[in-house]
Design a protein around this ligand. Sequence first.
Ligand SMILES: *Cc1c(COP(=O)(O)O)cnc(C)c1O
Length: 405
Amino acid sequence: MNFNGIDFDTYFKNYPDANGYFGKYGGSYIPNDLQKAMNEITEAYFTICKSSKFVSELRRIRKEFQGRPTPISHLERLSSSLGNVQLYVKREDLNHTGAHKLNHCMGEALLAKYMGKKKVIAETGAGQHGVALATAAAYFGLQCDIYMGSVDIKKQAPNVARMKILGANVVEVTHGLATLKEAVDAAFEAYTKEYKDAIYCIGSVVGPHPFPMMVRDFQSVVGIEAREQFIEMTGELPDAIVACVGGGSNAAGFFSGFLNDPVDIYGVEPLGRGEKLGDHAASLTYGSEGVMHGFNSIMLKDSNGEPAPVYSVASGLDYPSSGPEHAFLHDIGRVKYDVVNDEQTIDAFYALSRLEGIIPAIESAHAVAYGVKLAQKMGKGSVLINLSGRGDKDMDYIIEKYGIR
Ligand SMILES: *Cc1c(COP(=O)(O)O)cnc(C)c1O
């Protein structure tokens, strides 16, 4: 399929290019010593991860440990409450550990094992990536250092406990605001010193090349399964698909299965409290081109051109940029990026819980909220939503802040 001059039959061969660019977005903007480590990972990715031994081991792990394939569920009661459009969800909430993140963490940790590394290093904000990586490290018998700001350590006590139970070393970062940004800096610094024995594992389709490509490829299992399952269930492709976008990993993997199909694709960003800078994290909708965290993409900047403060009710979505592939798909128009706010998200959280018996992660509830909007607009047809994770982690917060509805 040709779309706005881009040939999607050969898309995955050409995007990203050899230097990690999706059009003008992506690349690698990092110090030289770190670049050496990235080159090593890139080379290992192309030799090891494409080998049949690696592919078949990862396939076995997906089935026997992660519980894949995850099913697609038809949302019969929610759909009929809205009209004639049929809504479906791809159930990444049923992937082991309750979200899609384990898909790329298992891939990254398996690569670490094949490369002979002894340790995996990462930062975490809300702790979801830290828990997924700690799980993968336990499975493969790797050491695991998770850098986390002291503010986040206090806020996210259950995830800190999970990481420790899984055997990870949670390294407290106390300087600056002591949140995610400082944790990223500390993790990168540690990695620069330890890269002979360790591998850095990014939590989304962000950062320098090869991570946006590698994480997308590890997440593509979601899109491949979903396309096959949906056709088997209904005999046809969905008319539209929807996923929430923070850094963009669940969306990138899910979308990859449908980019070459006549399917409308929607990425949903968090509008939070509103359109004012600082009240949302809708980077593709309101942002502009810039470099941060080692890659060129579309980002939200403050008046000094630095990454702007962002907000979302979903801690997994409050990132001031998105992966370079999303910036590219945004510019060529293959994916439409749009927003839903906190209120619409909480409504969808309760609708899915009450009508379907599925408590979604607040991140995923953004996608459900948009699916509901789309169903009302379309009038007929089908919408497949990626339910990126389950809501157990969010229940206390929702009850405290919004009460039982
Ligand atoms: C982390 C997280 C997200 C956001 O990350 P992406 O890289 O944008 O997918 C979305 N949903 C859940 C459940 C998460 O844990």
